[in-house]
Ligand binder design. Structure first.
Ligand SMILES: C[S@@+](CC[C@H](N)C(=O)[O-])C[C@H]1O[C@@H](n2cnc3c(N)ncnc32)[C@H](O)[C@@H]1O
Length: 276
């Protein structure tokens, strides 16, 4: 477990992930009663962009800092920008909220949030960050194994799966977790973040999900460049299983802004549904 999200916090991939997550949460809130959100790989909760990791990588400068400066960015980013502004009252972006603070900040009374994180140090920081939120709890546990087991059948369920992809079996474990979740709650909404390196790996995951019983899938992908350099993260995608209605337009705005503004020649953004 060498992965440290502090190097990547607020980069283009976080913008796609977090703006999509908030759009999905807001749609579910509009269409359903109380929500349960399970975050299988929660991270530390929030990230100090003045720290060594973020300064060294420069990824936030090329991501969230550019988004905050773009007054013409699509409305689909408004909730994410508002959360970043709330964390940085001085105006300069020093802190970036991870999925835990974004989710906890959107909870209504009656909604519940469970954040799983394996690393003891990040789990301790996470637990501290979520203390002010009565609907939120944490577990220092394997999120893949916890997700299905922690589903609350009395609530509308949303599961975020956001692994570091440092283990060879992450793709297999994503599909197995989706299968176990859908076996217990067939209508559960699941959001999976994936890096885009090469098409073969991406296609194989889509096939695995289909084999795991996924029938309703929406893909929002942002490519920073064509997928011709498989050793690089050429883009990323959010895979939304059982998505609420009405997300196509805002997600298209999100991925196209990212590809156009933060990408290179040949970058592109699109939202699509795989056909079986
Ligand atoms: C990409 S980061 C999470 C970022 C976070 N979801 C966000 O959006 O702010 C992945 C995290 O998963 C943790 N992790 C790795 N394997 C895990 C597992 N099996 N269960 C729970 N957490 C895990 C890592 O320590 C790391 O903090």
């Amino acid at each position: 477990m060498n992965y440290r999200h502090a190097f990547h916090a607020g980069n283009f991939a976080d913008l796609v992930k977090h703006a999509t997550l908030l759009a999905m949460m807001h749609s579910l809130i509009r269409e359903a009663g109380a929500l349960q959100i399970i975050d299988t790989h929660a991270g530390a909760g929030a990230y100090d962009l003045r720290g060594e990791a973020a300064t060294k990588s420069g990824e936030a400068q090329a991501g969230i800092v550019r988004l905050m400066a773009d007054t013409g960015a699509p409305a689909a980013f408004a909730s994410l920008k508002a959360a970043v502004r709330a964390l940085n009252p001085g105006g300069t972006v020093h802190l970036y909220p991870g999925s835990p603070l974004l989710i906890a900040g959107a909870l209504r009374p009656g909604d519940r949030y469970l954040a799983c994180e394996l690393r003891p140090d990040d789990h301790a920081t996470l637990a501290q960050a979520l203390k002010p939120y009565p609907g939120a709890g944490t577990r220092q546990a394997d999120g893949y194994a916890t997700a299905a087991q922690a589903l609350d059948p009395s609530l509308r369920n949303l599961v975020l799966i956001d692994p570091p992809f440092e283990a060879a079996d992450d793709y297999a474990r994503i599909a197995a977790a989706a299968r176990a979740i859908l076996a217990k709650r067939p209508k559960a909404a699941i959001a999976v973040w994936v890096p885009l390196k090469d098409l073969e790996t991406f296609d194989a995951l889509l096939r695995r999900l289909e084999d795991s019983g996924v029938a309703d899938l929406l893909v929002a992908e942002a490519r920073l460049r064509p997928l011709t350099e498989p050793m690089k993260m050429n883009g990323c995608a959010m895979l939304l299983i059982n998505p609420p209605a009405g997300l196509d337009a805002p997600l298209t705005d999100i991925v196209q802004w990212v590809a156009r503004t933060l990408g290179h020649a040949g970058g592109s953004g699109k939202v699509w549904r795989p056909v079986a």
